[in-house]
Ligand binder design. Structure first.
Ligand code: PLP
Length: 479
């Protein structure tokens, strides 16, 4: 495993305003632990030498060495001969799936992943009973079974984007599709754009290619078309990853005119747009169903748009069915490059997905009602317990973004964990420490839990604002 080195300057940026009223070494250890567990510092990263970090943070060497010792004792760091202090995920977290400790928190606001659509169990049993022939072959394939590819293509066509089966590749969820496209489009040193804030594992996938990232701000007012055009022109990126519908984490949607301008500007620069529509079929109000992003321009003018879809947020994340829609030639290249990393999508899951497509309109209706109820419960609870936070104007999706009015998201996350509320700090959704004023709040769970969760969070919030930060492990990762 190669070890990357984190400079003292970069760690200083990530740490931002880390001090609390407690001892400096514990505050430093807590904050570095948070950065490791939420993925902002990857496992197997070499931390700066104690002396360098002490100089950069204007601390005594003893404080830094005590913090590192504390992190070693908690399992976040190991000493490697000749390599100094190297990060790792503590064993307790590693033992469960993948970093979370189910049930370790009273309220879990880290995940924006709904439980299975209630009809799924029956549908799975039906699939098992009605398709015995699927067990007669090897049970997985790299491009997707023809019936499912046709079905996905037909749904795009129904939603306003004419599509044929040879434009579709079935993947193991949307995250897999993001990785496949990133690896296909980007090489070390290439430029890439991503919104800020954005879905954290998309940052990870783009970063893993070695591309240099620039960010497109998504503000309370939304996307600024002039700014995106200027950025595309200046950076001329090979790829840009966007979530234009019910964006994760803000829940906002990009206006149609902005879409047209982005598609045309990207075309001029030779930039491929990776459009993540994982949450695109989840408006609060079903009358506001989105049309696919690539349908914003006339047919034939969006060949440089690669669209990602998934059943994770509508049917169930446990099904692991996603897809890429692109030109037939891009699909052929993606298929050719796939077996190095995985050998294909399970056929059984694809058959379950095929049957789920028969009921997708009902499933979407069920989900929209569910997230709408959760958003209403969230808004009511925030008005009641933390009225000073401002929620972004979400229109759908699985989460929204709260402006806390102060750069304390990491401090709040640490204190909340110690008090039984799992959170993911705002900077996990940005680059280099951006996002300390913000917090993602999911609405994928049951609406009934939200009042209790926000009440518990409000207690922690008030104590953090009063300067009383108390902190303890364990922490959980974001999904
Ligand atoms: C925007 C976005 N893209 C991709 C994913 C990953 O989806 P999947 O479970 O289909 O891999 C998620 C999951 O939260 C998401 O919110």
């Amino acid at each position: 495993m190669t070890t990357v080195t984190l400079s003292a300057r970069k760690l200083g940026i990530l740490l931002a305003d880390w001090r609390t009223s407690g001892p400096a070494y514990t505050a430093l250890a807590d904050r570095i632990g948070l950065l490791i567990i939420d993925g902002r510092i990857a496992a197997h990263t070499r931390l700066p030498a104690e002396r360098e970090l002490a100089e950069a943070l204007i601390l005594s060497r003893t404080t830094v060495s005590s913090a590192y010792r504390e992190l070693r004792e908690r399992g976040y760091l190991r000493s490697v001969q000749g390599s100094g202090s190297v990060t790792q995920i503590p064993l307790r977290e590693r033992a469960s799936s993948p970093l979370a400790i189910p049930g370790s928190q009273r309220y879990d606001l880290t995940a924006a992943c709904p439980a299975a659509w209630p009809g799924l169990r029956q549908l799975t049993e039906r699939t098992l009973a009605n398709t015995p022939e699927i067990f007669a072959d090897r049970g997985y394939d790299v491009v997707g079974i023809p019936e499912l590819r046709e079905r996905i293509a037909a749904r795009y066509t129904e939603r306003g984007l004419p599509t044929t089966a040879d434009q579709i590749m079935v993947t193991i969820g949307a995250q897999h599709a993001i990785n496949l496209l990133s690896r296909f489009l980007l090489r070390r040193g290439d430029r890439a754009l991503i919104e800020s804030p954005s879905y954290p594992h998309a940052f990870d996938a783009l970063n893993a290619t070695g591309a240099r990232l620039n960010t497109i701000p998504v503000r309370f007012e939304g996307w600024d078309a002039d700014e995106i055009e200027a950025l595309l022109k200046r950076v001329s990126p090979s790829a840009a990853y966007l979530i234009p519908d019910f964006h994760n984490p803000t829940g906002m949607s990009m206006p149609i005119e902005t879409r047209r301008r982005v598609i045309r500007a990207a075309e001029r620069e030779g930039t491929t747009l990776i459009i993540d529509e994982t949450t695109a079929e989840l408006p609060f109000d079903l009358a506001r169903q989105s049309i696919p992003f690539a349908a914003a321009v006339p047919e034939g003018e969006a060949d440089h748009v690669a669209t990602i879809g998934s059943l994770s947020k509508t049917v169930w994340g446990g099904l692991r069915i996603g897809w890429v829609r692109s030109t037939p030639s891009t699909i052929r290249s993606l298929v050719a490059s796939r077996p190095t990393h995985d050998l294909g999508t399970p056929t059984f899951d694809q058959h379950v997905a095929l049957n789920a497509f028969d009921e997708l309109n009902d499933i979407v209706q069920f989900r929209s009602q569910q997230i709408n109820a959760s958003f209403a419960a969230l808004t009511t609870a925030l008005e009641r317990y933390i009225p000073e936070w401002t929620l972004f104007p979400a229109e759908g999706g699985v989460c929204t973004w709260a402006n806390l009015g102060a750069p304390v998201s990491s401090a709040l996350t640490l204190a909340a964990h110690a008090n039984g509320v799992g959170l993911t700090a705002g900077p996990r959704f940005g680059l280099d420490g951006e996002g300390e004023r913000f917090l993602r709040l999911p609405m994928s769970g049951p609406a009934d839990d939200l009042d209790g969760a926000i009440q518990a969070l409000a207690e922690v919030w008030h104590s953090v604002m009063a300067g009383n930060h108390t902190v303890a492990a364990p922490l959980v990762d974001v999904v």
